[in-house]
Ligand binder design. Structure first.
Ligand code: GLU
Length: 481
């Protein structure tokens, strides 16, 4: 079987999670069969399409690792093809010019509504005589091109996800508009038509797209027939729903891939999660896999009909698994942009080796890459704010003296190592005759402004390297006075 599939986003917004998930399924199917994955930008809606959205879509697909084999093709550069196809249908009497005005259409809809009927075009201009046509032209009416749909037709296809689907011609709203009038003569072609012309031209074998396109498929099948082309297979994938079962929408806040990236999801974690949105591998206990591994197993038999619920907790868990298994040097590369965006400065010893030590210190507690901003803030600011608990700790009897002794020891000992740090603490415990816990807690409060956090000795060493430990200890002591 020769597999040629495509993802066909409209650049009317940033790359949406639903489109990206459809791209994942197309990619997996293409790779499983050694086929071809094509990218087509559907930019015929001139008013709403924007080049920055195209850039966002291309960048998002690349970031996710959904590399395409052909394209990007732009519909706006292919208008000659659509024009030729419209002319062909007109010549063969399968389409016609319809001069019905918007007022007449509105009146028709009102009358249908009053009778309790669904709105549909009544095909009134299907058989105009040349004289009638000429009269409308003379009136200066503009026209649209309509494609004839026989009411009695039954349209049946075997959907790879949903099984046998069947529609009646009479349910499709009357003869369909395939192009609007425009200065170009034959007109501005519309979605359902250009998709078919392109899918034929690009020899698409399987149309894999969201189930919101099911009603379009019935219309498109009629167009394939009219254009004398082989009808591809169709797979309509389930929608992505919020946890409470609604369609995931802008109201849910985050819906575009670049938003997920900004929030700190890794490409691998996000794409892994997306493969599970509607599909499950044959071994359903297996949840962590690369796209390549998923491609080996992928088939539509394991794609659900029911909507896929978007589970943030699961995504977070998967993402943390990827973060924790990323080598330190690569993780450092991934974190630097988040620190930069937070305005952190990489001066005064905060260079690569130091950054990698910092990453080693915090990596185990990261769920999202962006967590590193908060978790490393204390290493990028000169002074810390003490939490309430930290302030309390610093008020404890013996705390200020212990810190003073540590500061004195540091002045004697400019080279700090883990062993030396432990030794200093030991000495202070002994000399002050206090509990080690008190010294450790006070030291943590002074250095980090908090009573919880990453390994204390390692944090201290990192602060020492950039000359922040002594000022912090002094700051803590003056705040306890
Ligand atoms: N441009 C359409 C969309 O973004 C493509 C639908 C299709 O795959 O046919 O939904």
């Amino acid at each position: 079987m020769t597999v040629r599939v495509r993802i066909a986003p409209s650049p009317t917004g940033n790359l949406h999670i639903g489109t990206a998930r459809t791209a994942v399924f197309n990619w997996l199917f293409a790779r499983h069969h050694g086929g071809t994955f094509i990218l087509r930008i559907e930019d015929t809606d001139l008013e709403r399409s924007r080049p920055e959205y195209t850039d966002n879509i291309l960048a998002g697909l690349r970031w996710l690792g959904l590399n395409w084999d052909e394209g990007p093709f732009f519909q706006s550069q292919r208008l000659h093809l659509y024009k030729a196809a419209v002319e062909q249908l007109l010549e063969r009497g399968l389409a016609y010019r319809c001069y019905t005005t918007s007022e007449e259409l509105e009146a028709l809809r009102e009358a249908q509504k009053a009778r309790g009927e669904a709105p549909r075009y009544d095909n009134r201009h299907r058989n105009l005589t040349p004289e009638q046509q000429a009269a409308f032209e003379a009136e200066g009416r503009s026209y649209v091109i309509r494609f004839k749909i026989a009411n009695e037709r039954e349209i049946v296809w075997h959907d790879l996800v949903r099984g046998t689907m069947s529609w009646r011609g009479s349910d499709l709203g009357g003869d369909m508009v395939i192009a609007r009038a425009s200065e170009a003569g034959v007109g501005q072609p519309l979605y359902n038509f250009v998709v078919v012309v392109d899918d034929i031209d690009m020899q698409i074998s399987h149309v894999i797209r969201g189930e919101d396109h099911i009603a379009n498929t019935a219309k498109q099948i009629l167009l394939y027939e009219a254009l004398g082309a082989k009808i591809p297979d169709f797979a309509h994938t389930p929608l992505i729903l919020s946890l409470d079962g609604r369609k995931l929408s802008k109201r849910d806040g985050v819906t575009s891939i670049s938003d997920f990236q900004q929030l700190g999801f890794t490409a691998e974690g996000l794409v892994n999660y997306m493969t599970l949105l509607g599909w499950s591998p044959p071994d359903s206990t297996q949840e962590i896999f690369t796209l390549e591994a998923a491609a080996k197993e992928f088939s539509f038999e394991r794609v659900n009909k029911a909507g896929a619920k978007f589970d943030w907790a699961k995504l977070d868990w998967l993402n943390s698994q990827y973060i924790h298994s990323t080598p330190v040097d690569k993780l450092t590369d991934l974190l630097i942009p988040y620190w930069q965006e937070a305005g952190y400065k990489f001066d005064r010893g905060r260079e690569r080796p130091w950054l990698e030590e910092l990453v080693t210190l915090i990596s185990a507690s990261l769920t999202r890459l962006k967590d590193a901003v908060e978790q490393s803030q204390l290493f990028f600011t000169d002074t810390v704010e003490f939490s309430e608990e930290a302030s309390k700790q610093l008020q404890q009897a013996g705390s200020a003296d212990a810190l003073k002794a540590i500061l004195a020891a540091l002045e004697q000992q400019p080279q700090l190592s883990a062993d030396i740090a432990q030794e200093i603490i030991k000495q202070v415990v002994k000399a002050q005759n206090v509990k080690k816990g008190l010294v450790m807690r006070s030291l943590r409060a002074a250095l980090t402004g908090d009573v919880h956090g990453p390994d204390l000795i390692q944090s201290w060493l990192l602060l020492h390297q950039i000359g922040l430990d002594q000022p912090r200890l002094s700051q803590a002591m003056s705040s306890t006075k």
